[in-house]
Design a protein around this ligand. Structure first.
Ligand code: ZN
Length: 480
């Protein structure tokens, strides 16, 4: 998706990237935390973040975490942010840490403000309570209109036999039924926005690459703030169609995201179970419509018409869209597909750990401590494996701090970023390596090279391994 833009040189064509649903039998679905669908965002909009000054000051003053651990973890966060050029200072990280945490003790707010743009929410993590909340009043009419228009698009797709056959082959009749179901679900959502849709206004979704999620059991969807406020009108509609597809049948999953490796070669019987394939007809129709309008304008000589919502603002209205890059057949394609799948797997595990932590934290802030008490052992083991702070705290004072939340968010964000590097990966095809070993080496090399996780390469390898191995072991069931 191209909802966010900035001036970095991230890889183009980072399209849609969703997590598979949690499908292990030991995972009990819980509507508050299980995310089923996570479309990709252009990672150029996502940033590594730090807790606010007051939050860090509270953590430091609490004395539950040794000060050296706090400094070490803040250094990790600043290092990741430096990669994205989000610090106001170019000084070396140890120097910045020494300024924020002066030798005399405590913290220096002036230094903190000199290093970080503290008014920017994409840099400062504010509150987990804002991360799943009701649609703001101001966003209501826009969401309603988007849902209604998406329903019209879906209804049109349901009756377009030619397009259905082109995308779904012999399964076109089932696809038509699903499109009818999507239309119905979109109308139901539209008639109960307050009851069925929640929004993330804390930007967690942007940071970790989660634009939306859908929960079949409760027939609800969760949207990223920018989707809710229509950062890109057309993408918002495609996202809504995608989410609604998950609500039609429980077996409609995320096998491959729109136009990612593997998407185009998916057979028809799998396409009717892959939500992203239901974006295809509406996307194609929008492209045709845009082209027809451009042609009409060109004929009429009106070359400078006003841009419409959904137009990329970087493209002048009279300009033809850039041709899609020619895909050169590549002997590494199988390995790249395997790497894509492996990164998605790690990213999903990281998202689930982050979701569990956020959920427990939210419950605590709302005075329900039971999920925390039940999951202390799990939290401690995540902390050890993923280098958070909980295992370093005084055991009787253990808490999920905003430092832990930003560290965990950063890990999810790192895997979100590294997937845009798949096409730059070098695979070391030593005869002795298995496929997963070749993939692991390539991914860890990218993590090291981009400095996205930790300075220590062996630590990065262990984090990769743990996330890869534990995809089905995160106990999503944290309430009864
Ligand atoms: Zn999905």
């Amino acid at each position: 998706m191209k909802i966010y833009r900035n001036d970095s040189s991230a890889v183009n064509g980072a399209n849609v990237w969703h997590a598979p649903k949690s499908n292990s039998s030991n995972i009990q679905l819980n509507a508050d935390i299980v995310s089923k669908h996570r479309p990709d965002l252009d990672p150029r909009g996502a940033k590594f973040r730090v807790p606010s000054f007051s939050s860090l000051q509270d953590i430091t003053a609490g004395k539950s975490i040794p000060i050296d651990v706090i400094k070490d973890r803040v250094a990790v966060l600043l290092q990741r942010m430096a990669v994205e050029r989000k610090l106001k200072s170019n000084a070396a990280i140890p120097k910045l840490i020494a300024r924020i945490f002066p030798a005399k003790g405590g913290m220096d707010e002036i230094a903190f403000n000199e290093i970080l743009d503290t008014r920017n929410r994409s840099i400062i993590y504010e509150s987990v309570l804002d991360a799943q909340t009701q649609v703001k009043r101001g966003d209501m009419p826009g969401i309603k209109q988007a849902l209604d228009e998406a329903a019209v698009m879906s209804a049109a797709a349901a009756t377009d036999e030619q397009a259905l056959k082109a995308v779904f082959g012999e399964h076109h009749l089932r696809a038509a039924e699903i499109y009818q179901g999507i239309t119905q679900k979109l109308m139901e959502l539209s008639s109960d926005i307050a009851g069925k849709i929640t929004v993330d206004y804390n930007r967690d979704g942007v940071e970790i690459g989660e634009a939306g999620s859908a929960l079949f059991a409760r027939q609800t969807i969760h949207l990223m703030g920018a989707v809710a406020s229509q950062g890109n009108a057309a993408e918002t509609r495609f996202t809504l169609i995608h989410e609604a597809a998950h609500l039609v049948a429980n077996n409609i999953d995320d096998i491959f995201y729109y136009n990612t490796a593997g998407y185009k070669s998916l057979p028809g019987e799998m396409r009717i179970r892959n939500a992203a394939h239901f974006e295809e007809i509406p996307r194609k129709k929008k492209e045709e419509k845009d082209k027809a309008e451009r042609d009409k304008k060109a004929q009429g000589g009106k070359k400078n018409g006003p841009p419409k919502p959904g137009d990329r603002k970087t493209v002048a209205p009279e300009t033809e869209p850039a041709p899609a890059p020619v895909k050169v057949p590549d002997v590494n394609d199988d390995l790249r597909t395997a790497a894509t799948v492996a990164i998605k797997r790690c990213w999903t595990t990281a998202l689930n750990v982050f979701a569990v932590m956020r959920y427990i934290k939210r419950q605590q802030l709302e005075k329900n401590n039971a999920p925390f008490e039940r999951n202390k052992g799990n939290l401690r083991s995540y902390s050890i494996e993923l280098n958070l702070t909980m295992h370093e705290q005084q055991p009787d004072q253990m808490a999920i701090t905003n430092l832990d939340l930003t560290l965990m968010e950063g890990i999810a964000h790192a895997f979100h970023l590294v997937k845009t590097r798949v096409y730059n990966m070098e695979f070391d095809k030593d005869a002795g390596y298995s496929e997963i070993e070749m993939v692991e080496k390539a991914i860890v090399q990218q993590l090291n090279h981009q400095q996205l996780l930790f300075a220590d390469g062996e630590k990065n390898r262990k984090v990769f391994r743990w996330l890869y191995d534990n995809i089905y072991n995160i106990p999503i069931r944290i309430v009864k």
